[in-house]
Design a protein around this ligand. Structure first.
Ligand code: ADP
Ligand code: MG
Length: 698
């Protein structure tokens, strides 16, 4: 029988294939490009392209595409076939090094936030050799970056690669200070846990809100939701199991390390986690995973919802970005070491993260901001919009001991040992897992939990990498010039703890009292909506930091600010329009039909047994008529608010207007509609209810 090991990565032009199909000289030179970023000469590129093409064509491929990640949030591809005419009237399959390295999609319709003048609208894609090419159906997909001719990034991969480079550079400086000359590079690793909902495809198609916006805009609370906690880690239903099995196979063929799957808290909610890998590849793989999740769902008559909040009243979906720093020699820099010296280095990297998260809370919040994610962050759901770091009791106690200079008395398992002056030796923290923290240290990695389920993980990692690079740069600048390294190191760690301990919070992040303490006592930021936080991308300190590490240019930041706010506005305007249409053309008519039915029944009853017998119908008709009137009125109000919002010329104003008035009007229309659902006979309701959707897959 064929095992997973036999077909894992069978659709990937990976290292095994490269070794087998390239001459050793070409292979070595390509490896140098992949591992050390060395430029590739055209001769090597031609050889690689030819081998890739042969490999792909043997597996039935007819086309190739430069696969890239524009600022729309999804991936883009334009297919070109390999065919080239031969003189005898036939064709041969061709693919050159030039075509591999550079592509010119006509990409003028992708958002550029004003970066690209129309005369240079085309932009170009450039091969990213650090992420393997793969086969999707009959197309060879080549992971690429997407830039304008002026060199500005028009995608998410370019700044991600730049942020990894910035972090590598600063981390190496620190490592050298600790006397390590063997390490050649430091990369960040990420394992993103992906949540999603699965619902029945037939039901999905009956709901225009799901079709147009990915989430339900109406729906009364069902009698049963997630209160029994009987879904989390529960037995997986056969239809879902078949789906997961199929999904795993597809992902494994594509070299995605799909590892863990389980039911999540909400009914119909599930999670998939891969084994972690280099951030750049993890990002490509996560994009691919989201795409394949949806494709495989269709094969099973299901729909995979990746929206952050498909259903009001039950948990939304997020993505946990498990992040760490790993050297090419295989050392995790966020793993507490065995010796005091290693521990000192670990503490320094830990402090760099603390400082980064505190100094750039706003950038982290911005990196996960979308209209969909606003329903989770800042809306009584995990985690809050306030960024804080969970360290656990043991590590917190150690930091406190360092800060105050007091002796560190911990449980038996840890002992205080003075190595580099006063840094204690300690074992890995095994305290309880805090599930409510936006940014939690989990033993040897940080878990950033604010990402929305549909977010590309690129944005969060760009900001995280850049902010940590900045902390490390400040440390390296100081330490490189220090007279006594150990004293300076100790002082710096102590100072970081003192200056940034406000960001450490080990308690319950859902607690209202925490939000109050965080904002009032600790002065932490609380940007509840996308409209609140995005303009701060252009705050001086953020622009200076991001441009100094060459992660973004100022023009790129302006364009990203513009595009993100524009997306926010568009997403909500589409939702509002969908609501008006559904309320007017589906819900109100359904309520009216039921009223008509009641009236008919009442008339019939009255003719048989008089007025008393129709109290039920009368009362219900009155209630429903009232609700129908409210629906009519609220739809008009929402429509008027839409018109006003549309009149703003700039997106900052428009997004503020949407946040301040439009969202309220949407709630105003939803309320009478959901109420009407409760009083209208099921047979009259125009689309599947929450109960149908959440419990409809068996
Ligand atoms: P959980 O957080 O659900 O308890 P794990 O801690 O086992 O589960 O892992 C969750 C995710 O974190 C997985 O995708 C795993 O591969 C990833 N992960 C584990 N170690 C690291 C690391 N050092 N760096 C980045 N991601 C990691
Ligand atoms: Mg986790």
């Amino acid at each position: 029988m064929e095992t997973v090991a036999d077909f894992f990565g069978s659709q990937v032009f990976d290292d095994r294939v490269m070794k087998a199909t390239l001459s050793s000289e070409v292979y070595r030179s390509l490896r140098k490009t992949i591992d050390e970023g060395q430029a590739l000469d055209l001769r090597v590129a031609n050889a690689v392209a030819s081998a890739m093409k042969d490999w792909a064509v043997q597996r039935g491929a007819t086309h190739y595409t430069h696969w890239f990640q524009p600022l729309t949030g999804i991936t883009a591809e334009k297919h070109d076939s390999f065919i080239s005419p031969s003189p005898d009237g036939g064709v041969i399959m061709e693919f050159s090094g030039k075509e591999l390295i550079k592509g010119e999609p006509d990409a003028s319709s992708f958002p550029s936030g004003g970066l690209r003048a129309t005369f240079e609208a085309r932009g170009y894609t450039a091969w990213d050799p650090t992420s393997y090419a793969f086969l999707k159906g009959k197309t060879l997909c080549i992971p690429t970056a997407f830039c304008s001719y002026g060199g500005e990034a028009l995608d998410k991969k370019t700044p991600l690669l730049r942020s990894m480079e910035a972090l590598n550079k600063q981390a190496l400086r620190i490592i050298r200070l600790f006397g390590n000359t063997a390490v050649k590079c430091v990369k960040t690793s990420v394992g993103p846990e992906q949540e999603y909902f699965l619902i029945d495809g037939e039901m999905y198609r009956q709901r225009r809100d799901l079709v147009f916006t990915g989430r339900t805009l109406f729906g009364a609370k069902p009698p049963k939701g997630q209160e029994m906690d009987d879904h989390y880690f529960g037995v997986i239903k056969p239809r879902v199991e078949a789906y997961m099995e199929d999904l795993n196979q597809e992902l494994w063929k594509l070299g995605v390390l799909a590892k863990t799957e389980h039911n999540e808290v909400a009914p119909a909610q599930h999670e998939l986690a891969p084994i972690y890998t280099t951030t750049n590849i993890a990002t490509d793989h996560n994009q691919l995973t989201m795409e394949i999740m949806q494709k495989v769902a269709a094969r099973h008559g299901l729909v995979c919802l990746l929206h952050e909040k498909p259903f009001a009243g039950v948990n939304g979906s997020g993505k946990h970005n498990n992040w760490s720093l790993i050297t090419d020699t295989g050392v995790n820099l966020l793993s507490p070491g065995e010796t005091p010296y290693e521990n000192a280095q670990f503490l320094l990297f830990l402090c760099a993260v603390l400082k980064a998260v505190d100094d750039y809370q706003d950038l982290l919040r911005i990196s996960v901001a979308t209209a969909g994610n606003d329903h989770r962050l800042g809306a009584n759901e995990a985690p809050p919009a306030v960024v804080s770091v969970f360290l656990g009791d043991e590590l917190s106690a150690i930091l406190e001991a360092i800060e105050t200079g007091a002796p560190y008395n911990a449980a038996e398992k840890t002992q205080m040992k003075l190595g580099v002056n006063v840094l204690p030796k300690f074992t890995r923290d095994t305290t309880d897992r805090n599930r409510t923290s936006p940014f939690a240290f989990t033993g040897n990695k940080f878990e950033f939990r604010m990402l929305g389920s549909s977010n590309s993980i690129a944005c969060a990692n760009i900001m995280l990498n850049a902010a940590v690079a900045e902390s490390l740069k400040i440390y390296a600048d100081r330490l490189e010039g220090a007279e006594d390294f150990e004293t300076a190191l100790h002082e710096m760690i102590r100072k970081t703890i003192k200056d940034h301990k406000r960001i450490i919070f080990n308690g319950n992040g859902y607690d209202g009292a925490w939000i109050q303490e965080a904002t009032e006592k600790r002065g932490l930021l609380n940007y509840r909506t996308t409209a609140d936080c995005i303009p701060h991308l252009l705050d001086r300190k953020n622009v200076e930091m991001l441009t100094s590490h060459k992660v973004f240019s100022e023009a790129e930041l302006k364009s990203r600010c513009e595009i993100t706010l524009d997306n926010y506005c568009k997403a909500i305007v589409i939702e509002a329009n969908t609501m008006v249409e559904m309320a007017r053309c589906e819900i109100a008519p359904a309520v009216e039909s039921y009223i008509k039915e009641l009236a008919k029944t009442a008339a019939l009853k009255k003719s048989v047994s008089g007025e008393v017998s129709v109290t039920y119908e009368s009362a219900l008709m009155k209630k429903l008529s009232l609700l129908a009137g409210q629906i009519f009125h609220a739809a008009d109000e929402l429509e008027a608010a839409l018109r006003t919002a549309g009149q703003h010329r700039n997106v900052v104003e428009e997004s503020a207007e949407i946040r301040d008035t439009l969202l309220g009007k949407m709630d105003g229309l939803r309320a009478p509609c959901d109420e009407a659902e409760i009083w209208t006979a099921k047979a009259y309701w125009p689309f599947p209810t929450y109960g149908d959707l959440l419990f409809g897959v068996r």
